[in-house]
Design a binder for this molecule. Structure first.
Ligand code: SF4
Length: 607
């Protein structure tokens, strides 16, 4: 069933490991570098075992762009063994109605819900089970399904969820299984988790994605905006919440608060207004819905969503904070999920077997612990890179440290001078990734004449701007300055040797904060053995370094230089993550080493 003529080096071992894990009901944590062909290996093994035992394969990705490789691989498998495949993305992105060209998801969702309830959407009303066989004729991407459904006047999202009830393979986002509200979505699919073989793509992203999905914030400003939208009775109830948040955020900085007592205080005060917390949230939701249906922003919905999360206390696995400040947007309450396992462990316990794969899934015990995988059921595997090591010059620049205490003009000048020489000595694009925009900007303002077009990643840039910036790289004469953990440092592939050199500046250790301290304390309590700091900051930071460094070589013919600017990477606890071929050098040696590596290619940008 393997969909390609030949297995690559290392791919055969991964295929065997995946088969064993799925057949034995285990969780395989696979550190599988770029280029290994991990999607084909995991899908082949999952489909083989699932077909034999009547199970469902679910492939989860963290980004829509990652769906394409799953669909393409499944098309090849389907050519040998016909399969029912469903690819589903967000309802908004699948909606074929041109009259709902609404970018705000909340507004879209409310309008769609109202249309369905009033039987006013012809696409939704037109659904017919007789249409499903057409969906399964051949594997369709979500975009293909949208096109087909537009012609047939069917709602693509509804069709996808109906089809998922009887499909062999479902491709969807992490959200379908790993958020506090996943039960609601999954219930619509009506497939027991006990019959699921799970593939988690780019699994290093999963812990953070889970924590983010359950960590909302509510500012005083947002409450006041909601008050302006509300009718008289609701406005009075929102005033109670406003006064409570004002009293909790009078201090400077942030402090931990008791979520249970805040809920009780709010509940008691609301009862004076003939309602309680539950009734208040429901009224906010109904009022927000009415505004959204009229195409208006509804901050009341944001307040309702926050309180909805706030009401559910998860013993000691989450943290409630009150943040003080001078401005209403700075004064806020926030809920921080500390333990992603509170959401992921029940899912992994229930599924029949799983493969979690990534090019940077190290150390595997960290991900196993963080996601709450059963040790007895978990296996680890490492596969080596199929790319020729001589195609990459990997340098660790040892006379630089970006520790906070070292920051200042001399460091910024040194980094800027070195990056300038790297850009001068490199034909083609150079990308440099920083731990923060602030450090990036300090260095950018001190660059010398480097002879390339300077491209700066914008904080919160729109997809159109990001696409334009990537398009600019096609001219192969740019110096891109971006941040680690951002879209350019992790989410973007750079095919065709688009980056001839990548510089990773520093280690993105999170700045000290109460949340960070509590996270460390929580992991230390839960895992002991000095793991608090490692799990809360060291391992996540090193993962971002490795992700950014991995942007350079994306295929076996790519060639390039990777520079790591931070001497801490040569020491514990970081050095174990660096490949053995790393060369240590000083910044003054960098230009000659880069020129020598590029050799005769200098002046001839790779194409
Ligand atoms: S029901 Fe489907 S087609 Fe209709 S508005 Fe909602 S998503 Fe769009």
């Amino acid at each position: 069933m393997f969909p390609f003529p030949e297995l690559r080096k290392g791919q055969d071992a991964m295929l065997d490991d995946c088969r064993t894990a799925f057949a034995a009901g285990e969780h395989l944590l696979a550190h599988a570098p770029t280029g290994l062909g991990k999607t084909a290996a995991a899908l082949t093994a999952a489909v083989e075992v699932a077909q034999e035992r009547g199970l469902l394969v679910v492939a989860l990705t963290s980004r829509q762009t990652q769906h394409a490789i799953f669909v393409e691989t499944l098309k090849r498998i389907h050519a040998q063994k016909p399969l029912k495949i469903v690819d589903v993305i967000s309802k908004q992105d699948m909606c074929p109605r041109d009259d709902l060209d609404e970018s705000r998801y909340g507004v879209f969702q409310a309008v769609c819900t109202a249309l369905v309830r009033n039987n006013d959407c012809s696409y939704h009303a037109g659904y017919s089970p007789q249409f499903l066989p057409q969906v399964f004729d051949e594997p369709l991407s979500a975009a293909d399904l949208k096109t087909l459904c537009r012609e047939e006047v069917q709602c693509p999202h509804r069709v996808a969820l109906e089809a998922a009830q009887e499909c062999d393979v479902l491709i969807c986002d992490y959200n379908y299984l790993f958020t506090p509200w996943s039960d609601v979505v999954w219930d619509r699919i009506q497939r027991p988790l006990e019959e699921v073989l799970l593939i988690v793509d780019e699994a290093h992203n999963l812990p953070d994605r889970i924590r983010l999905s359950a960590s909302p914030t509510l500012s005083l400003q947002r409450i006041r905006e909601a008050q302006r939208e509300a009718g008289q009775a609701l406005r009075a109830q929102l005033s109670i919440l406003e006064r409570l948040v004002e009293s909790l955020t009078e201090h400077k900085g942030e402090k931990e608060i008791d979520g249970g007592s805040v809920s009780r205080m709010l509940d008691a005060a609301l009862k004076q207004k003939l309602t309680d917390l539950e009734g208040f949230v429901q009224l906010l939701e109904r009022s927000a819905q009415r505004r959204l249906q009229r195409g208006k922003v509804a901050r009341m919905g944001d307040v309702a969503e926050f309180l909805h999360h706030w009401r559910f206390l998860k013993k000691d696995s989450d943290l409630r904070l009150a943040h003080g400040g001078d401005k209403p947007w700075q004064r806020k309450l926030s809920l921080r999920l500390l333990d992603p396992a509170s959401i992921s462990a029940p899912v992994f316990r229930a599924v029949r077997g799983s493969v979690l794969m990534s090019g940077t899934l190290k150390p595997r015990s960290f991900y196993r612990d963080l996601l709450g995988l059963d040790t007895e059921r978990s296996r680890k595997a490492t596969y080596s890179s199929p790319f020729p090591p001589e195609n990459r010059l990997l340098l660790c620049v040892d006379d630089v440290s970006t520790l906070y205490r070292n920051r200042g003009d001399p460091l910024y000048r040194k980094l800027a001078a070195s990056l300038t020489t790297v850009a001068q000595a490199t034909p083609g694009n150079v990308a440099a990734f920083f731990p923060s925009y602030a450090l990036r900007d300090e260095v950018a303002s001190r660059l010398g004449e480097h002879g390339k077009a300077l491209l700066l990643e914008e904080r919160g840039a729109s997809p159109a701007k990001r696409t334009a910036l990537l398009g600019r790289l096609q001219q192969r004469d740019a110096l891109l300055l971006a941040v680690m953990g951002g879209i350019f440092g992790e989410g973007v592939d750079y095919p065709g040797n688009l980056l001839a050199a990548v510089a990773v500046v520093g280690i993105p250790v999170p700045p000290p904060s109460l949340e960070q301290k509590k996270l460390e304390e929580y992991f230390e309590r839960k895992f002991g053995d000095g793991k608090g700091r490692l799990y809360a900051q060291t391992y996540p930071a090193v993962n971002r370094v490795l992700q950014a460094a991995g942007r350079c070589i994306r295929s076996e013919t790519d060639r390039g230089v990777v520079l790591l600017y931070d001497n801490r990477l040569g020491h514990r606890p970081y050095r174990r993550f660096l490949p053995k071929e790393v060369r240590h050098c000083t910044s003054s040696a960098v230009p000659a080493l880069v020129r020598s590596f590029n050799g005769p290619r200098t002046g001839n940008p790779p194409s």
